[in-house]
Design a protein. Sequence first.
Length: 524
Amino acid sequence: MQEIAALLTDKHIKVERFARVACPGRGTVLASERLEDNLSIIFNVLNFIPAPRFQMLAEFVRMVLMATARKRTDPQELPGLEAMMPASPLIRLLNRPDVQLDSDMTVISGDMRASTILGHFKEWVTQRFFGEENDFVVNTAGMYGGARRLQGMRFYLDQGDDSSHFNYFRKGEVRDRLLSALQHPDTDLRLRPLLTETPVARPAARSGRSAQAAKRSTVYFLPGFMGSTLQINDTPIWLDMSALSWGDFSRLQIDSAGVQAEGVLDAPYRPLLNMLAASHTLVEFAYDWRRSFAEAGRRLADALEQELDQAKTSNSKLVVRLLAHSSGGLVALALMSEAPKVWQRLREEADCRVVMLGTPLQGTYTAVQLLLGQHRLLSLLNLLDGRMDEREAQSLAQQFARYPGVLELLPAAYLHEARWQTLLGEAFHTWPARHLLADARRVREQLRAVELDTQRLLYLYGKSSLTPDEVAEHQGGWRFHASGAGDGVSLWGNCPRNCRLGICRWNTGAWPAIANIFRPCNIC
């Protein structure tokens, strides 16, 4: 540092603008006293991966990292790692409260924030290690450290499923903020002032009169598959990480007594729902996603029929919107199929619109992955309960095979026994879903027979780099093929014809646009 200071003085270099990306200005928990214990846990988990070449590499990396961890506090051995410990002399020096610099600074920070169910698993694991917001390497609050700048301090917080310490420079939004920070930071409204305390986003306040006036319509939110919380006799099971870590997912057998849908998952949905609740009467329609969509459709019809009766009694017109994410759209279709008289009343007596977000109207190969035991959700459930063996993964796949809600998501070709006989071979004869496919096929045929009201339906689809679209034989087993023509779950072929279509991405940037759809005259 003394050499750098002397060089800057000798060459008369003045640093006017300074941009930092995910810098551990207050150190990082990753280099703290917990490092050795947590590395031990991580490598105990990796030992369950049945790949000899991987195990040899993992053992070598384990020996190097564990040896490194034991010496991390010695500045003579590993000065760089020791310097990033939150209590190191360097971190204390950089955060002296009596030091202020005559320059400006922009901080690019990150926080892995789940917007999907699988993202929720990643967020939970990293929170268990860091105990706070982080980007997998540096805790977010630690990025705001350092000496105060007299010419101004700004920050940009990158949040999302794809926010990580290794992903900043791949994102166009982050690169744009960096260029602004170095060229014209005062004109970029996305660079927010960095206060002395860690920044906290606060929603804008709404006046009581405007909020009341806006809530003249009702939005029913229908979550996707596994998007509702489930409990047994008031004990949370899904998505309760503590319960899942004890293997309690196995308690959600299709014939288990006392299972109830309690609410909607917060991780993927809460920010959007909060936006909608600010201007609409919001009904979060949780349902048991293990069971048939026909059952959930009948429940939805009962709820909407009550709304219609109340509006008729009060001599008012019901304004209702159904916002259905993924397979929640099949619940909306089941309403139309199972209760056609209620759907007719909604069309005649109410101002009713339906918005589907990536609904798999033609099925999804994600369901095939679950039933073959090849979906990563099964690996995560397997990991959580600590067993990590092939038999446990197959047991979970068998459990999913008993769920009508999974079977009704299958692509049309996989609703027939012949296809599964080919895939499973001799195992087909004892497969739990063997005698359930006919019922699933009947429900799907009923949903497909529904004539979509193109004047009342808006379908939004997303884009992902890979969406499974077929299964093919590969080296004596079965391998999934994927294409770029989908959103990761639903293929674009699911988009209904003659309906208004739009494209969106399910992340924080899409929420305001989705909420805006429900404003007056935006869907009419």
